[in-house]
Design a protein around this ligand. Structure first.
Ligand code: SF4
Length: 232
């Protein structure tokens, strides 16, 4: 019996693993508290859920040939002690493996990285401890940088992406982040438009757009990253 805590599943997605048709497993638990989080139900670490991993494997068995991959998302999947075994189950069925993470637990990332095919790595803020913890409301920048360096040296396919919340980030921040990632050797960087969460009554769509229409930033991205995009 798996000890994986699953908060939910998306049985079909064409957007969570580039170029692959995937099922997405949303794992329970996240140590961070980003103000733009849409998955607050998944934040509580250790919360029991009714979802049975074995049932999901049965479902996957019937999807052989129709799905390419399974993406482990969250929450923060690296919270889960049973992550490696769950990924192995999926790999044994012949599916590729994707991971969405903020990189908060490098030790766990090191354990699972060998069987992962692709990673979507969230970058929350410029690499400054104070700025990072303003977004995550924790202090894990050191771990984030360790995880990113590990990914870079692993040679695995991955992308970095940032949710561009104008309450937290400025145009200058985004430029700085792009420069920092480029300097580290990141090849793919994507900016995601923030969609105001329920309860955010002050941020307008125009605030979100303005942040993403900085010609200098867009030109920098175009000339420095092999792949980049503003996802709206
Ligand atoms: S890391 Fe993701 S799941 Fe965790 S609080 Fe931030 S947005 Fe929510």
């Amino acid at each position: 019996m798996s000890n994986l805590l699953v908060g939910g599943v998306e049985t079909f997605s064409a957007v969570d693993f580039p170029g692959k048709l995937a099922a997405v497993v949303f794992l329970q638990g996240c140590p961070w508290r980003c103000p733009f989080c849409y998955n607050t139900d998944l934040q509580q670490i250790g919360k029991r859920t009714d979802f049975l991993w074995e049932k999901f494997l049965e479902f996957l068995n019937k999807r052989k040939g129709r799905l390419d991959a399974v993406v482990f998302s969250g929450g923060e999947p690296l919270v889960q002690d049973g992550l490696f075994d769950a990924m192995k189950d999926v790999k044994n069925l012949g599916f590729e493996i994707g991971l969405h993470t903020g990189g908060y637990r490098p030790k766990k990332l090191a354990e699972v990285l060998p069987i992962i095919d692709w990673v979507g790595f969230d970058i929350k803020a410029p690499f400054d401890a104070k700025r990072y913890s303003q977004v995550t409301q924790t202090e894990h920048l050191r771990e984030v940088l360790q995880s990113l360096d590990m990914l870079l040296s692993s040679g695995k396919d991955f992308e970095c992406r940032t949710t561009c919340d104008p309450r937290l980030l400025t145009r200058e921040d985004l430029r700085k982040m792009a420069e920092e990632l480029y300097a580290k050797g990141v090849k793919k960087y994507f900016l995601q438009k923030y969609r105001p969460i329920p309860g955010d009554t002050t941020t307008t769509d125009s605030d979100c757009e303005t942040l993403l229409t900085d010609p200098e930033l867009l030109q920098y991205m175009q000339t420095h990253f092999a792949e980049y995009e503003v996802r709206k």
